[in-house]
Design a protein around this ligand. Structure first.
Ligand code: ADP
Length: 720
């Protein structure tokens, strides 16, 4: 009985324990809140190892996808294998790989330890895992142990399920968060890009506005009229100058092809060129008249340029309209004046030239080409010019060109050209040397064909010199005849009387009274002859000398002017060096001019045959020792020999076929009568210098002047 009670007590005790264990198990879910699988495993094993008398407890929890997430184990010392994964592997070895196929209970050997095991699948078909307990006793598991395993397994399965849900939720939430974050990042990035893009766009817009503004400012500030056109050639924008000039709104300017903005005469040509340019995309350039606000048309140069983008596509046309009205008018005036000049040159037989001295670039006008008989199409060279000049005049040309090159004097000379018909052309060259800002020299000049004039002058001079010679011969003849006539009578009277006297004295007896009478008549006739001479002298002295202050410079200039055509004809280069502040000389202006004239004529005569050197004549005045004025006339003629030197001033000494040889003797007579002196000096080189001086005024005495030999004066006057 006692044994029965004891048995019953034990049973009760076991039941109570079982009940209390079941109660403990029911509290487990409260500990598993949070969905942590390892916590579920730990707690489950801790609770079961406190409730069950087993040698090992093993739990395998699966994740949501059925893969092993966690393996845990609790073992006693009996077990040599303690690592959960080793226990799991041993179970698989004994019971098979698929846990759901494992039997509820079994006996297996793990590392040579025989164990009774019991398993509880967690969840439907073991979806949450498996719980295995093993004990080294044959009685395992008893019913209560089986119950605890199943209940705890169920509890764990629920917890694992919840954990799966929770994990799934978390994963989903995390995924959601990740996606949200990802999207947020994406949006933020997009936002940032958008902001950047907006900022960039704004910046570009601002830059565009700025550049448009500055382009407009530039366009407005341009001196010309500017229009901006679309690629198809429609006017889009014009600057304020266009509006101002046309005095109309841009809308009018847009229709320039229809509203007479362009001069109707220019329109067809412009329209053609414009259309071609727009079609071909090539820049255009034309001149046309554009109407101003007041209806006046002015000339413009219109230049259009296409503006292309990076791909070469035309995005705009820029047209610049430059007012060239003044230039056009100037060109027209220039054309007219060129025409007039050409006509003037033609009429006056004067051509013009320009000669750039540094480059020898020579430009001839049309008329000058005609004068030189050049083909106007080719450039003129110095060699070509010299080839046309008469060889005798080449030294003169060379000298003048050298003078121009040195930039010293403005050229003015005459030269002869050989025409194609071998005729001689006389040309007169007058030039001006211009020194440009950069130091370059240029000679601008005119060349006049004076052949006709020169030929006429030569013909006239020939006639004049013939006439002069004839007059001279005639007047000399008349003079001789009149002297002969006047003197002849008393002379024949003297001869008759002397013959009568001789006859009377020779009679026997001599008629003394008659002889005395005829001797008286002889004396009378002698006196008559002397009277004739005296009268002639008085006649020759007709022009009484006048003493006055004479400006020798002025006197020389007048004589030079009188002789200028002779000098030119003889191609003599004349240099006049007249002293400033030259004192007056006292004397007869006409007589002194006769002396100067004589010296110049002799110099011209002396150079006429000189062809191997320049014919130069220098006339110089200077003050001589403060008291007198000295004049010299220097030539490059043939000079004179030592014997001639003695005789130059002798009356009737001449070496010329038509000379009279009294010029120098009269000159000396005049100069000496003025209290001066005259002499000839041979030059160092070729030629002669004739020099005279006369005292300054007052200083020459009337007395001295009166002693001029009147005969010489008269003879010389006859020569001139
Ligand atoms: P004509 O001129 O009539 O010969 P002149 O008395 O004036 O008379 O001159 C006399 C001569 O003196 C001239 O024939 C000439 O031989 C010489 N003679 C004059 N002037 C010069 C001169 N400048 N050079 C060389 N000989 C000269």
């Amino acid at each position: 009985m006692t044994q029965q009670y004891q048995q019953a007590d034990k049973e009760n005790e076991r039941l109570r324990r079982c009940m209390s264990d079941l109660v403990s198990l029911s509290a487990l879910p409260a500990m598993w809140v949070g969905g942590d699988l390892s916590r579920i495993g730990h707690v489950l094993l801790d609770v079961l190892s406190a409730m069950l008398d087993v040698d090992f407890l093993y739990v395998r929890l699966l994740d949501h996808d059925g893969r092993t997430a966690i393996e845990m184990a609790r073992t006693t010392e009996l077990m040599r294998v303690t690592k959960p994964s080793d226990i799991g592997r041993a179970l698989s070895l004994s019971l098979g790989d698929v846990a759901t196929d494992w039997p509820q209970t079994a006996r297996i050997s793990v590392e040579n330890v025989m164990l009774s095991i019991a398993q509880a699948q967690l969840g439907m078909n073991g979806q949450a895992g498996v719980l295995v307990a093993g004990a080294n006793r044959l009685t395992f598991p008893v019913q209560a142990e089986r119950l605890l395993l199943n209940v705890s397994g169920n509890q764990a399965a629920i917890a694992v399920k919840e954990a799966h849900l929770l994990i799934g939720q978390r994963q989903y939430a995390a995924e959601l968060d990740r996606r949200v974050a990802e999207r947020t990042d994406e949006l933020a990035a997009t936002n940032r890009d958008l902001r950047l893009e907006i900022a960039e766009r704004r910046r570009i817009e601002e830059a565009l506005r700025d550049s448009e503004n500055s382009a407009r400012t530039i366009v407005d500030s341009l001196a010309g009229l500017v229009a901006i056109l679309t690629p198809s050639g429609d006017v889009e924008v014009v600057n304020s100058q266009v509006i101002e000039y046309c005095g109309s709104a841009i809308s009018e300017f847009k229709h320039w092809g229809e509203n007479e903005t362009l001069h109707p005469d220019d329109l067809p040509d412009v329209a053609q060129k414009f259309t071609n340019a727009i079609t071909s995309g090539e820049a255009y350039d034309f001149e046309a008249r554009i109407r101003r606000f007041d209806g006046v048309y002015r000339w413009f140069q219109v230049r259009g340029l296409p503006f292309r983008d990076a791909d070469g596509v035309i995005v705009r046309w820029y047209a610049l309209l430059t007012d060239i009205d003044e230039r056009k008018r100037a060109e027209e005036r220039l054309r007219r004046s060129e025409m007039l000049l050409a006509a003037g040159e033609r009429i006056s037989l004067t051509g013009t030239f320009s000669w750039r001295i540094d480059t020898d670039e020579i430009l001839f006008s049309e008329e000058l080409n005609r004068i030189f008989e050049f083909d106007g199409d080719v450039a003129v060279t110095v060699d070509q010019i010299t080839s046309r000049v008469l060889s005798e005049d080449l030294p003169l040309l060379a000298e003048r060109m050298e003078q121009i090159r040195s930039g010293r004097d403005n050229p003015e000379y005459e030269i002869r050209l050989r025409g194609s018909d071998n005729g001689i052309k006389y040309v007169r060259v007058v030039g001006r040397i211009i020194r440009h800002g950069d130091g370059r020299l240029e000679c601008l000049g005119a060349v006049q064909d004076i052949t006709q004039r020169r030929l006429a002058e030569e013909a006239r001079d020939a006639i004049r010199s013939e006439l002069a010679h004839f007059t001279r011969v005639m007047s000399l003849g008349e003079l001789t005849a009149s002297i002969a006539h006047e003197v002849n009578q008393p002379l024949s009277g003297i001869i008759t009387n002397a013959s009568t006297c001789l006859r009377i004295l020779a009679s026997n007896p001599p008629n003394v009274a008659g002889a005395i009478e005829t001797a008286r008549r002889t004396i009378r006739d002698g006196n008559r002859a002397a009277d004739v001479i005296s009268r002639l002298r008085a006649l020759f002295r007709k022009r009484t000398a006048v003493i006055e202050p004479v400006d020798l410079n002025e006197a020389a200039r007048e004589v030079v002017a009188l002789l200028s055509s002779d000098l030119r004809r003889a191609r003599i280069q004349l240099t006049i060096e007249l002293a400033d502040d030259l004192p007056y000389v006292g004397g007869d202006r006409v007589q002194l001019q006769q002396v100067i004239m004589n010296l110049l004529r002799n110099a011209v005569d002396a150079m006429i045959c000189v062809d191997d050197r320049p014919r130069r004549l220098l006339v110089r005045t200077e003050t001589h020792e403060g008291e007198s004025v000295r004049m010299s006339v220097r030539d490059t003629g043939g000079g004179f020999g030592p014997i001639e030197a003695e005789r130059l001033f002798d009356a009737f000494y001449t070496t010329k076929s038509e000379g009279m040889g009294i010029g120098l003797s009269v000159s000396r007579s005049i100069i000496e009568s003025h209290g001066g002196r005259i002499w000839a000096a041979a030059n160092d080189g070729s030629g002669t210098t004739m020099i005279f001086y006369v005292p300054r005024y007052p200083g020459a005495s009337e007395q001295v002047l009166r002693s001029v030999d009147p005969k010489n004066v008269l003879d010389w006057a006859g020569k001139s």
